[in-house]
Design a protein around this ligand. Sequence first.
Ligand code: DX5
Ligand code: ZN
Length: 220
Amino acid sequence: MSHTLIAPSVLAADFANLQRDIEMINSSDADWFHIDIMDGVFVPNISFGMPVLRDIAKHATKTIDVHLMIVDPDRYISTFKNLGADILTVHYEACTHLHRTLQAIKAEGMKAGVALNPHTNISLLEDTIQDIDLVCLMSVNPGFGGQSFIENTYDKVIALKELINRKGASTIIEIDGGVTSKNAKQLADAGADVLVAGSYVFKSEDPTKTITDLKALLAS
Ligand code: DX5
Ligand code: ZN
């Protein structure tokens, strides 16, 4: 991929002004919508669920990238397709039969993603990388926005890029958690294709400008 994509995380939006924040992403330089679904079991937090995603998808005009932080995600693959997901990412740590889960996501016509927690080693994807459209490297422990970036992520991006190239896969690399202007360029240079940014975008004074500035920094 020639330029790095930005996927604002709706988790950091103002839920009482959700349509306003969705329109902001639509009209900004952002590339995707990143949607965090948490079940209070896989992660110690509950975000929002199906009816909210359905309404987001009604207004969103860009790719909808859904990050499932739930146990047993196989139960909901077709549900998320029907709700409007374009990319469906499950956690490595939540899937006993990951290969089967990936095939099921693709059979629904979605791109299949796998997220790795900070403690999960890249080498565990040796046997599935060719079946994965996107790997989401968690650069914080999943469950909350606004946490600080884990520096070991740079080495993981490099190791993942090496694995993708060695296997001749076309997998893209997404980074999720604590992304700011301080680490964005170094992540892109290491091989990241998509950067998720929640708090850094939505808690800034001018989110539209923050997105534009991030894109400019990445293109520099
Ligand atoms: C964390 C979520 C992230 C989160 C990122 O569990 O997966 O997508 O919204 O938020 P920031 O950018 O604030 O770390
Ligand atoms: Zn996420």
